[in-house]
Each structure stands twice: as structure tokens, then as C-alpha cells.
Design a protein around this ligand. Sequence first.
Ligand SMILES: [Zn+2]
Length: 182
Amino acid sequence: MNAMTWLRCGAWLVLASWSFVAYGFVRTLLHVIDPGPGEIALVLGLSLFMMFLVAWFTVLWILPEIIRASRARQRRDRGDCPWCGRSLRDSAEGVCPECGPLHLLAGPAAAVLVRRCVLVFLGAWLLGAAAAESWARLDERSFRREVMASTLVDDKRPRWWPSWGSLQWDPGTGQVEVISLR
Ligand SMILES: [Zn+2]
């Protein structure tokens, strides 16, 4: 893997990890246990707001194209071939002796890059959130198993990171509750 691939993977991982933590944070804040579709949609929506704090990481994903386009613009302004830098003063209009017809070499259009950014951003957000929801459900399911196996003191234990507070079993209602959110 070259440096750019590492950069892209790193940027994507930061976005997805942030989404994981943000989703877990909002879910805990709303005291949600085993959420239905409506509650999941609410947590998703609020976690999306928190995603905008790290949205600029998405730009790292298309950094190679941005650098390439800006270098090409400088060369074109000098009257050189945008891609190899060779002078085009003596060559036919729009054709480089090295690279051939220049219009065939143009990088992705700005709209394509923007669409790529949006897809990377949404993909990281949704995957991070899906992982956080699965993780929290696993926490709650394993808590129920621990209650059934009676391995807990007072029928309660701390939640798994990134959630906080504790889960408690209420024998009266037969429900799991979130307590002591601190
Ligand atoms: Zn050229």
C-alpha cells in the first residue's frame, strides 16, 4: 500500500470510529434500550450532527486528485502540458507530443469528487453507527444472560464503552433499565 492508500484508510477509519463513539454517546444519552426503528432513526439523526465535527477528514480521501488538479492548472497557465509539464508552444492545439490529446487525460470532474466525498462520508457514518448499535445490543443481551445466570451482585453492572452508566434488572417489570448516568 502506498502513502495515499494509507491516508485514505486512515481518514475513513477516523470517520467510522467517530461515528461509532457518537452513536453510542447519543444512544446512552437518550436512555435507549433495545431501540425500535423510530428510536434508531432519532439516534442516527443526532449522531449525524456530531459527524459534521469531523467531516473535513473526508477531503483527505480526494487529496491526491486535488493536488494533481492544482499542479495541472499551474502548468496549463504556463502554457505547458498539464500532465507531463512539457512545453506545448510548438505542438498542435490541445495535443502533447508525450501524452497525446489532452482532453483524454482530464481527471475526475469536481462533481464526481464531491459525490465520492459524500459516499465516503455516508458510508463511514452508517457503518460506524451499525457497529455501535450491534455492540450496544450485544452488551444488553449479554447482561440479560448474566442476570439469568445470576452472576451479578445486585443485578447490575457497568455498560460497555462507549456507553456509560450501568444496566440494572428490574424484577418487578422484568425489564432492563439504564441507571446512574454519570
Ligand atoms: Zn504531456
